[in-house]
Write a protein that binds this ligand. Structure first.
Ligand code: CTP
Ligand code: ZN
Length: 157
């Protein structure tokens, strides 16, 4: 009888591998990165078995190294993700995303009357009041935002 050979997802040459993404969150990660786009080839693996966290998602982006602002957004939806920067097939940088106590300028407050949604030049600011599940409070209007509310509130840039 033939034994199936394991098929691994292909390595990338240059770009970013986002590993240990919370299972089933890969599509959301792509969305906040503005992917798919014309420029970058993207490989996605969802619900893959992982020794440490049971199941995980992986996203590989060819030809793009993430900016710190993008990494901070990913921390909000996949708090255990690892960011691997790849150059010429070698990992030249590996780091874990980090959820800070304050989230500045990454999210739009869901309260239409919040000062951050007017023409005033005020940058949005949320305080992390809980992590499991994630709960944020607007510094200006005190509106509470949970995991679910947050999904639609990421700034485009
Ligand atoms: N990877 C890739 N292309 C490369 C190099 C690595 O797609 N040229 C991917 C690997 O498939 C893996 C991730 O980047 O999903 C991290 O690689 P590596 O650090 O070698 O794996 P681990 O040691 O398992 O990572 P960790 O310690 O973070 O669990
Ligand atoms: Zn607000």
């Amino acid at each position: 009888m033939k034994t199936p050979r394991e098929l691994k997802v292909k390595p990338i040459r240059n770009g970013t591998v986002i590993d240990h993404i919370t299972a089933n969150k890969a599509l959301h990660v792509l969305k906040i990165l503005g992917l798919p786009s014309k420029e970058a080839a993207v490989t996605i693996a969802m619900n893959v078995k992982s020794a440490h966290i049971g199941a995980k998602d992986i996203v590989k982006i060819e030809g793009r190294e993430l900016q710190s602002r993008e990494v901070d957004k990913i921390a909000l939806i996949a708090p255990n993700a690892t960011i691997n920067i790849v150059r010429e097939y070698e990992i030249v940088g590996k780091g874990k995303v980090k959820l800070l106590n304050n989230v500045n300028g990454l999210l739009i407050c869901p309260n239409p009357n919040c000062i951050t949604n007017t023409n005033e030049p005020v940058i949005s600011k949320f305080h992390v009041i809980d992590t499991e599940p994630l709960m944020l409070r607007c510094y200006y209007c005190e509106r509470i935002m949970n995991n679910k509310d947050m999904e639609t509130q990421f700034k485009q840039n």
